[in-house]
Design a protein around this ligand. Structure first.
Ligand code: A3P
Length: 310
């Protein structure tokens, strides 16, 4: 692997004090650990027809989507008082393609649990996923809030003091496409083009729209993945209860998400870092007018598709 990595374009983030090197593979940047998982998944993962993929770039609302999808799929077994989400961080509830192949294979053999999460771009998905009819849900978010969320998350995950990290540098790197699983616009475009070519296969959810109108988006999600709510369930408040259970305030204040650790063995990150502010427009506290102009121009150039990400 080390020899292979040397053949790839690479970029070490200076603010990371040399600890974060991104490698560009198949058009997208990734860190070594996740890139290894990506390649293994590409070589060996066999999608099953019932698999449902939850796909996203990091910091776009992945944790929320995972919680909602998990609560929807498991609602016959658990309710808002018994859900594993109360004691398990959402990322641990759904296996991750780049890291948890064994668990996904076990699910294929032993259970009917259909959810699989990935940050891979569409074109980097294992061939068996692309050629299958599996459902794909893709969440995306305002690019400025994604940059801001990245800026806070990665240094904190690496225990680098925020005062040592320059927002300008994160911003410039992001605009060059260098970010975790970036370029962000190409990530979105890949799924968007695939959704145009095969209508009905990919559901696009926008983080900000979900916040504005969680109910209709959660119903849309449930319907799309094949777990629609019945009228009786709706009347009994099941949809509202799922929304409450998965809300930022509820999840953030759970003991597991305040003090627990995600992947303590191989890639430890404090759970609390996944629940920062969840405020739309927090970017305004960090962007200069020039940054705003630059990113708006960049998005105009790169994303002519009918998706609004600014
Ligand atoms: P901020 O950094 O802007 O606060 P991801 O889950 O893809 O890593 O995205 C993380 C972002 O989603 C963070 O944004 C985080 O606060 C927000 N978030 C986490 N859980 C959420 C929830 N249940 N509802 C809404 N936003 C949530």
């Amino acid at each position: 692997m080390e020899d292979f990595l040397k053949t790839l374009p690479q970029h070490t983030c200076s603010w990371s004090k040399g600890t974060v090197t991104f490698y560009k593979y198949q058009g997208f940047w990734n860190i070594q650990d996740f890139l290894e998982g990506e390649i293994i998944a590409q070589q060996s993962f066999k999608a099953q027809p019932n698999d449902i993929f939850l796909c996203s770039c990091p910091k776009t609302g992945t944790t929320w989507l995972k919680a909602l999808a998990f609560a929807i799929v498991t609602r016959e077994k658990f309710n808002e008082s018994t859900s594993p989400l109360l004691t398990t961080m959402p990322h641990e509830c759904i296996p991750f393609l780049e890291k948890d192949l064994k668990q996904i294979e076990d699910n294929h053999k032993n259970s009917s649990f259909p959810l699989v999460a990935t940050h891979l771009s569409y074109t980097s998905l294992p061939e068996s996923v692309i050629s299958s009819d599996c459902k794909i849900v893709y969440i995306y978010r305002n690019i400025k809030d994604v940059i801001n969320s990245n800026h806070h998350f990665i240094p904190a995950a690496l225990n680098i003091p925020m005062e040592d990290v320059s927002f300008k540098e994160t911003f410039d790197e992001f605009c060059q496409g260098i970010s975790w699983y970036g370029p962000y616009w190409d990530h979105i475009l890949g799924y968007w083009k695939a959704s145009q070519e095969r209508p009905g296969r990919i559901l696009f959810l926008k983080y900000e729209d979900m916040k504005k109108d969680p109910k209709s988006n959660v119903k849309k999600l449930a319907e799309f993945i094949g777990y629609p709510f019945s009228v009786e369930e709706e009347n009994a408040g099941v949809v509202d209860n799922i929304i409450k259970l998965c809300s930022f305030d509820k999840l953030r204040n759970l003991e597991v998400n305040k003090t627990g650790m995600h992947r303590p063995e191989d890639f430890p990150i404090e759970n609390r870092l996944y629940f920062r502010k969840a405020e739309d427009g927090d970017w305004e506290n960090y962007f200069t007018d020039e940054m705003k102009r630059n990113i708006d121009n960049l998005v105009d150039q790169k994303l002519s598709a009918g998706l609004n990400v600014t």
